[in-house]
Write a protein that binds this ligand. Structure first.
Ligand SMILES: [Zn+2]
Length: 119
């Protein structure tokens, strides 16, 4: 499965699509309107055309870096920082190059308040 920013500088590839995706209502995810799929970083291949293709943004406790393409601005993925013992990558499935299958369930996470799934 392939994900790409709009201009194509940042490409993400994974072997198996996830069963579920997460829509989070926290202050940053709601602004990005992202749809996250979570993986072990070893499951994902990140291909950026240059090291400088992405820029990371971190806020608050700085457990996560939100990456976007420097050229077209699309938010492509997040990575845990070294403050987190088990690294995770989250891919923004709004970048999917093919329509998402009906079989992928979208869950709603209340990151703004209770920090729990609402469904
Ligand atoms: Zn781009």
């Amino acid at each position: 499965m392939q994900l790409s920013c709009h201009c194509g500088q940042v490409q993400l590839t994974l072997a198996t699509p996830p069963d579920t995706l997460t829509s989070c209502n926290c202050s940053i995810c709601s602004r990005y309107a992202a749809l996250w799929g979570y993986f072990d970083p070893t499951e994902v291949s990140l291909n950026a055309r240059a090291d400088s293709a992405t820029a990371g943004y971190s806020h608050g406790d700085k457990y996560l870096l939100f990456y976007h393409c420097r050229t077209c601005g699309c938010v492509t993925h997040t990575l845990t920082t070294d403050k987190v013992s088990e690294p995770r990558i989250a891919l923004n499935f709004r970048m999917a190059t093919e329509p998402l299958g009906e079989s992928i369930r979208i869950r709603h996470f209340d990151g703004a308040d209770t920090w729990q799934y609402l469904d």
